[in-house]
Write a protein that binds this ligand. Structure first.
Ligand SMILES: [Zn+2]
Ligand SMILES: [Zn+2]
Length: 136
């Protein structure tokens, strides 16, 4: 069942059928832009282009590029410098929701937490007299 909606990109009314969330015109528009970007990236010397560079050359919106990388239409394995902003710090990443740095920080925070817990447990057991301090 079609439902009349406002296209979030251009504001025009369109029949929403549950497949696309923008109007037909904008879908086509987006496809055209994708083709431009794809044609640009197909050249070997452009494979390592960054998002900024592609925006500069093709005039395609940054947000669209991020969306395509998120959806894997532009594969980071093929285009190593493409990515989208990390949910936490905004740094460009190309896997998961967080960048490498934030993932590491999250992990080390977890490790610090674990280490502190372990230390407290050791302390607790040493108070019970099981800690062998004289052993060398
Ligand atoms: Zn539209
Ligand atoms: Zn980050």
């Amino acid at each position: 069942m079609a439902e009349l909606r406002n296209c979030p990109t251009c504001g025009e009314f369109f029949n929403y059928t549950g497949v696309r969330d923008v109007c037909h015109k904008c879908v086509q528009n987006e496809e055209e832009k994708y083709q431009i970007v794809y044609r640009f990236l197909r050249k070997r010397e452009n494979r390592a282009a960054t998002v900024e560079r592609i925006v500069e050359v093709t005039g395609v919106e940054q947000e669209l590029l991020y969306k395509w990388v998120r959806k894997n239409r532009l594969h980071p394995a093929m285009f190593p410098n493409l990515g989208y902003p990390c949910d936490n710090c905004g740094h460009i990443t190309n896997q998961g929701k967080l960048c490498q740095k934030c993932q590491e920080e999250l992990k080390s925070e977890l490790r610090t937490f674990e280490a502190a817990k372990e230390f407290r447990e050791t302390l607790a057991s040493s108070e019970k007299g099981t800690y062998l301090s004289e052993k060398k």
